[in-house]
Write a protein that binds this ligand. Structure first.
Ligand code: HEC
Ligand code: HEC
Ligand code: HEC
Ligand code: HEC
Length: 155
């Protein structure tokens, strides 16, 4: 009985180590697509973000290729202009670490610097702002602005 328990603990430690190793690698590999599922309970469908298409095919509102620094920045919010493939990149949630979205009267009167620390506010700020500018500049709707175009309906 005691031995069986010990094995369970050892197996758990082994699995945890594997996950940790994978986690460390994940920071440097440029993903093709990212399942946007930060570590908190989600109320909306999980967004599939096409990282590769955004960095190789799509253009920003000025018609230029989208650079890493338009989405990734440092601990002061300064764009990481020299970021390149293979660099270690932090997840948005490492800094924008308040779970979910702050909106309506919960957000009223709060400084922008506090509101932006909510994860969904940061993501929406980055993703939707560019999409809006792009659509406006190109008179199109190609870049999604409505909820269900990004969050698939769950039921
Ligand atoms: C349009 C926005 C956007 C652009 C442009 C962009 N990224 Fe990303 N990148 C993201 C998002 C969003 C994630 C997922 C972060 C998360 O899960 O919190 C990500 C994830 C990553 C990851 C994995 C990080 C991890 O810990 O798993 C790497 C590495 C990365 N990007 C590198 C780059 C590089 C290098 C460039 C420029 C060639 C670039 N990105 C351009 C938005 C972008
Ligand atoms: C190392 C910490 C850190 C990481 C990682 C980080 N941010 Fe930020 N972010 C900040 C700080 C600090 C600010 C500035 C807040 C202020 O101006 O008061 C900021 C500001 C922002 C803003 C508002 C200003 C702007 O640029 O429009 C958005 C949107 C944003 N971040 C989105 C993201 C997204 C999306 C990711 C992941 C791809 C990310 N952040 C990763 C720290 C971080
Ligand atoms: C700097 C500009 C920019 C940023 C930032 C950006 N996008 Fe986009 N995105 C585009 C453009 C442009 C298109 C449309 C390209 C086309 O179809 O012509 C697009 C298309 C999309 C599409 C539909 C097509 C596809 O590839 O699935 C989704 C979904 C999407 N973006 C999600 C996101 C998410 C999620 C984020 C934030 C993590 C994000 N985008 C950030 C520019 C941007
Ligand atoms: C351009 C794509 C895009 C659009 C449009 C969009 N979102 Fe999001 N949203 C995201 C991303 C990316 C996240 C971050 C999810 C993650 O990484 O965990 C997010 C997170 C959220 C979250 C927190 C996570 C959760 O599931 O509870 C809520 C709530 C949310 N969005 C609601 C909305 C609503 C409501 C709308 C329409 C008014 C909307 N979103 C439109 C991309 C989008």
């Amino acid at each position: 009985m005691k031995n069986a328990k010990l094995w369970t603990v050892m197996a758990a430690v082994g699995v945890a180590t594997m996950f940790l190793a994978a986690g460390l690698n994940a920071g440097t590999t440029m993903p093709d697509t990212v399942k946007m599922e930060a570590d908190y309970e989600h109320t909306k469908g999980i967004v599939e973000f096409t990282h590769h298409k955004h960095t190789s095919e799509y253009k920003n509102a000025k018609g230029e290729a989208i650079t890493c620094g338009e989405c990734h920045h440092d601990d002061k919010g300064k764009p990481l202009a020299d970021l390149k493939e293979g660099d270690n990149v932090q997840k948005c949630f490492e800094c924008h670490n308040k779970p979910g979205e702050l909106k309506g009267k919960d957000a009223q009167g709060k400084p922008d610097s506090e509101v932006i620390m909510y994860h969904a506010n940061a993501l929406h700020g980055n993703c939707i702002d560019c999409h809006k500018d792009y659509n406006k500049a190109n008179k199109t709707k190609a870049a999604p602005q409505t909820c269900t175009k990004c969050h698939p309906k769950t039921k």
